[in-house]
Design a protein around this ligand. Structure first.
Ligand code: SF4
Ligand code: SF4
Length: 331
């Protein structure tokens, strides 16, 4: 949550933003205007990638300030139909499948996954929760809106708590809500939870004899919501180490990762095409054999731009399943 007392107007948030070309003076000037409740240029240029949350060295949360002002001024030019798509998510019928009594529940939110993404030995026997009751509302950030998160966070937590089990979150947005955003709203999380990356790291670490190292280089598409929970990036590195894949250093990764463009592809299509091309070219130049996705939205959005440049795109659970001998690495 935005905390003006922590802001020293250093400008780092917007000088590091990959979607504007701001110097320190312009950055500090825009933040100052927003602090005073006045519109600033950044409201009309921000693509809602969440990165400035992570860039701010004092924890002032400038993205929250920008998002609230975007909502107030309607500065993010998303159509009514675009916002309406988020409104449909809570109406998707919910379902919790049967599973083994000793297994945590795998929560999928309302995401459509690549086929077979949660099949195989890693997920065998896990109950699976899907549908509107388990929608985290974090996607509304990409509609330039914050209030739906605040209004629905408690309901989201209560629905998960009612499952009465430990939860494993596949969707990075849900994990961001549970691990970070609820603190803004003063909500306690009354259940144990972990991110799917930690779950898979644990499984692979405990079943190393089943792993055949892949000996590949892969680039990782970091989801926007990971800006709120950057500490779990270590699990990506540990998984890659366990399955024998190298994460080559490249320009757009970790803190300097580009958005997959799912946040703004309908709003700024030309910019989205340019960003997609920069991202895929960067992975290719780094020598990656494939681009690995975690967020199902990133996976869908990057399908076409990777295919056009002959870069393989692999969902992260599938990559692990390849190391477990359940799937082949694509030719
Ligand atoms: S919000 Fe953070 S990064 Fe931005 S100007 Fe203030 S202190 Fe600096
Ligand atoms: S959310 Fe992303 S695009 Fe928007 S100002 Fe922050 S860093 Fe820039």
């Amino acid at each position: 949550m935005w905390d003006s007392s922590k802001c020293n107007l250093c400008g780092d948030c917007l000088t590091r933003c990959l979607y504007v070309d701001y110097d320190k003076s312009k950055a500090a000037g825009d933040i100052k205007l927003l602090m005073e409740g006045k519109p600033a240029d950044i409201l009309y240029k921000c693509v809602t990638c969440c990165a400035c949350y992570e860039y701010c060295p004092t924890g002032a949360d400038p993205f929250d300030l920008i998002l609230k002002m975007q909502e107030q001024t309607h500065a993010f030019p998303i159509s009514k139909e675009g916002v309406g798509m988020f409104g449909l998510a809570p109406t998707i019928p919910s379902r919790v499948t049967e599973g083994d009594a000793d297994k945590p529940v795998l929560s999928l939110c309302v995401m459509q996954l690549p086929e077979g993404a949660v099949e195989g030995q890693m997920f065998k026997g896990m109950p699976v929760a899907t549908g509107g009751d388990f929608f985290c509302y974090v996607g509304y950030m990409h509609a330039g809106m914050e209030s739906p998160l605040a209004q629905n966070a408690k309901k989201f937590i209560d629905n998960l708590a009612a499952l009465g089990r430990e939860i494993v979150f596949l969707h990075d947005d849900c994990y961001a809500m549970v691990d970070a955003k609820v603190k803004d709203y003063g909500i306690n999380v009354p259940f144990k939870y972990m991110h799917i990356l930690e779950y898979m790291r644990n499984y692979l670490r405990d079943n190393q004899s089943k792993i055949t190292r892949l000996n590949k280089k892969v680039a990782y598409q970091r989801p926007c919501a990971s800006r709120f929970t950057p500490g779990k990036d270590v699990f990506v590195d540990e998984i890659f180490e366990l399955i024998g894949v190298q994460r080559p250093s490249r320009k757009y990764e970790r803190e300097t990762a580009l958005c997959c463009t799912g946040a703004f592809v309908r709003v700024y299509p030309q910019l989205a095409a340019e960003v997609q091309a920069k991202n895929v070219d960067d992975a290719i130049q780094a020598g990656a054999d494939a681009l690995i996705t975690l967020c199902p939205m990133c996976d869908r959005v990057l399908r076409k731009p990777t295919a056009e440049k002959n870069l393989k795109k692999i969902y992260i659970t599938d990559l692990c399943r390849m190391a477990l001998g359940e799937k082949d690495f694509p030719d």
